[in-house]
Design a protein around this ligand. Structure first.
Ligand code: ATR
Length: 266
């Protein structure tokens, strides 16, 4: 059987084993997906663990997505520009890294019916998740703007990925797509909106990367203001899991099967 795994710390709440094991079963592939927790001291041992146990593929999560890069023989271009790897593939002991969070972002944007080329896209936030979104959109001829609480970080990211930094207080209702990469909304409806509600118009699509809760303060405000095209972090998580599974097995798993497994209570 194919052995796949996830490493990181903590792994208590990860839904990946459920999603992948359901996909193996549904696709009729003999395979398992297990948790291999590793702290910062243990991460350097992970390549040896992969080879010793002949693990076909491994997801890498917090806090190792950046620090795993130097441990790999090869890293895909998009993962390198995002500065993060979340998927390792083992080919006869040679380990390569990819970033399927980016594939998840791309698939979610496509599902919203947005063609990035020529589209005005605003990314809210300038951390790791914003970087993945910017890496996903760079080279697509999107008109990229980045806004952030701390303006300097938005400026640095915009410069790196060929976008423009935008001030939070002078945003206009001009975007085809708004992507929230900040944790604003994770604590529920008591959180304040990460951007002024006035920029949410029916012509705008809104993608909130937050997946817990499923209905965030931003998505709710967008729907209130007539936005019809909305997507949440759940969709992105499922799409990234599908992309990792496909890299390891050559089979694209069924979205409904992974979604159902994701929704099961831990
Ligand atoms: P991640 O890897 O998930 O992107 P991160 O690197 O810590 O996490 O980045 C979090 C981003 O969300 C940052 O841009 C942060 O803004 P600052 O650069 O000003 O710190 C932003 N952020 C965090 N909490 C926020 C909140 N409550 N409202 C708006 N932005 C927030």
């Amino acid at each position: 059987p194919i052995v796949t795994a996830i490493t990181g710390w903590p792994l208590t709440h990860t839904r990946s084993p459920k999603m992948h094991n359901a996909a193996f079963l549904d696709a009729g592939i003999k395979g398992r997906y297990v948790k291999i927790p590793s702290n910062t001291d243990e991460l350097p041992l992970i390549p040896e663990v992969i080879r010793c146990y002949n693990i076909t593929g491994m997801n890498v999560t917090i806090p190792h997505k950046q620090s795993v890069i130097p441990l790999l023989a090869k890293v895909a271009e998009t993962a390198r520009s995002a500065g993060a790897v979340n998927t390792i593939c083992n080919s006869d002991g040679k380990l390569s890294g990819a970033n399927t969070d980016i594939a998840g972002i791309k698939a979610t944007i496509a599902a919203l019916g947005i063609n990035p080329c020529g589209a005005k896209i605003l990314i809210i936030g300038a951390g790791g998740a914003a970087r993945a979104a910017a890496a996903c959109l760079s080279g697509t001829c999107a008109q990229l703007s980045i806004t952030n609480r701390t303006r300097e970080k938005a400026e640095a990211l915009a410069e790196e990925f060929g976008g423009a930094a935008a001030d939070l207080d002078s945003l206009a209702p001009e975007y085809d797509l708004i992507i929230n990469s900040t944790p604003a909304g994770m604590s529920g409806f008591s959180d304040s909106l990460p951007v002024p509600a006035s920029i949410l118009t029916p012509a705008t699509a809104v993608f909130d990367m937050v997946y817990e809760p499923e209905n965030t303060v931003l998505l709710a405000a967008a729907r209130d203001r007539g936005v019809r095209k909305t997507a949440g972090g759940k969709q992105m998580l499922i799409e990234q899991a599908k992309a990792s599974f496909a890299l390891w097995t050559g089979t694209i798993p069924d979205t409904a099967v992974m979604t159902k497994a994701f929704e099961e209570q831990p």
